[in-house]
Design a binder for this molecule. Structure first.
Ligand code: ZN
Length: 404
């Protein structure tokens, strides 16, 4: 076969499938090994981790042979997950501190454990030191071709967001499923605490943003937030003596040993899979405890897991802080309607409304015009007879929201 020719048959890739899995299935169509496909059909003879950062020239060849868009092929490897999930995949530019520097959940950022790049060389968030072979039993049962998803290779998900069951270890090689390690005990349903966290992670991966109780956040923030939470659960106890009880409580609630039984600090990515999964479960538990207000977290971003506070103002009107990227005008109009309604029986509210509509004008002509306007809304004239320069509270609150 010549390289410029299209492959007559190729399997359709599944959403989120790893490049190695898809190429393995492709090679299988032609009764070839994956290594033979790379060497004899794609003329690529070097040993390579197809799912990490495949070379551009190899992707070009695969694209021209399959007709699949280069961007789609790029997304089938971890290189396609930068810069949201990973800052980058350059082996010489890992930056441990920068991944965590802006977020804190459980512990105040001032007591954050600092590690220079010298202490943590060749580190990339979420990329495990050892290959992970896990998959969803229900996904594989539904898909007899055994397409393996890229995200299953990372210690990032505990469960399948589609089936809510645990990802289970299997025997295999890159791109190839052979058999389950423990077929008798699967599938196992994951708890709601775990599936909630995994659904959020899947949102980040698939739609680029995550809905949290307080507001919607960008995928890049979510991945750093989750990794920061794990780092806080992995921190040596000497760094947070005043919060030790809270952190211990999280570990006790999820029935795992404190710090997954690890006494010496190492990066999460260098731990064995069992410890990584226990830390992920502790992170899900911590989120649950914060969201249910069973635990008071001291990090600056912990409030993202709490509902918006309802704020009561002096004149009895209430409003909630707006979500990011949400138009504020419907809220402003609702506040005005509420103000008009209240001004019909509350003189102070009527004064606030008068000042709001005057918008800083103080001349008699403007005051009379606005009074005439408000009278049409059946606000008693005696409530509008006195002009006060006191700040219109309703106006200030709405304006503050707009300026946020
Ligand atoms: Zn599944």
């Amino acid at each position: 076969m010549k390289l410029q020719q299209r492959w007559p048959l190729h399997p359709v890739s599944h959403q989120g499938e790893a490049l190695s899995s898809w190429l393995f299935r492709f090679a299988h169509c032609y009764h070839m090994d994956l290594s033979d496909l790379l060497a004899y059909d794609l003329d690529y003879h070097q040993s390579i981790d197809l799912d990490l950062n495949p070379p551009a020239d190899l992707l070009d060849k695969i694209s021209s042979r399959s007709g699949i868009d280069l961007n789609q092929l790029h997304d089938m490897s971890f290189a396609g997950c930068t810069p949201w999930l990973f800052d980058n995949l350059d082996p010489d530019s890992s930056d441990f501190d920068s991944y965590f520097q802006q977020i804190s959940i459980l512990l105040p950022i001032r007591i954050r454990l600092k590690r220079s790049n010298h202490n943590v060389p060749f580190w990339h968030a979420w990329l495990p030191k050892q290959k992970i072979y896990r998959a969803c039993p229900k996904c594989l049962a539904e898909n007899e071709k055994h397409a393996l998803l890229l995200m299953w290779q990372l210690p990032l998900l505990l469960s399948c967001p589609q089936h809510n069951c645990w990802l289970e270890p299997y025997l295999g090689t890159l791109g190839q499923f052979i058999q389950w390690e423990a077929e008798d005990s699967i599938p196992r349903l994951a708890s709601k605490t775990i599936t909630l966290m995994d659904h959020r992670t899947w949102q980040a991966r698939t739609i680029g943003q995550v809905e949290l109780p307080r507001r919607r956040i960008h995928a890049g923030i979510w991945f750093r937030l989750l990794r920061t939470l794990i780092e806080e659960l992995n921190a040596p106890i000497s760094y947070y003596p005043s919060q030790t009880r809270d952190i211990r409580r999280i570990w006790e609630t999820c029935n795992h040993p404190f710090r997954a039984g690890k006494r010496i600090w190492r990066t999460y990515e260098s731990f064995d899979l069992q410890a990584q999964l226990q830390m992920l479960e502790a992170a899900a538990t911590a989120m649950h405890l914060i969201e249910t207000k069973a635990l008071e977290a001291h990090g600056a971003q912990a409030e993202l897991f709490l509902p918006e506070p309802e704020q009561h103002v002096d004149n009895g009107w209430s409003y909630t802080l707006p979500e990011e990227n949400t138009s504020l005008w419907p809220r402003a109009i609702a506040a005005l309607e509420e103000g008009v309604k209240r001004a019909k029986y509350d003189p102070e509210a009527a004064q606030c409304l008068l000042n709001l509509v005057l918008f800083g004008r103080k001349d008699p002509k403007s005051i009379n015009e606005v009074r005439s306007l408000l009278l049409k809304f059946q606000i008693p004239i005696e409530f509008l007879s006195h002009f006060s320069e006191s700040p219109p509270f309703a106006y200030l609150t709405i304006n503050d929201e707009l300026s946020d």
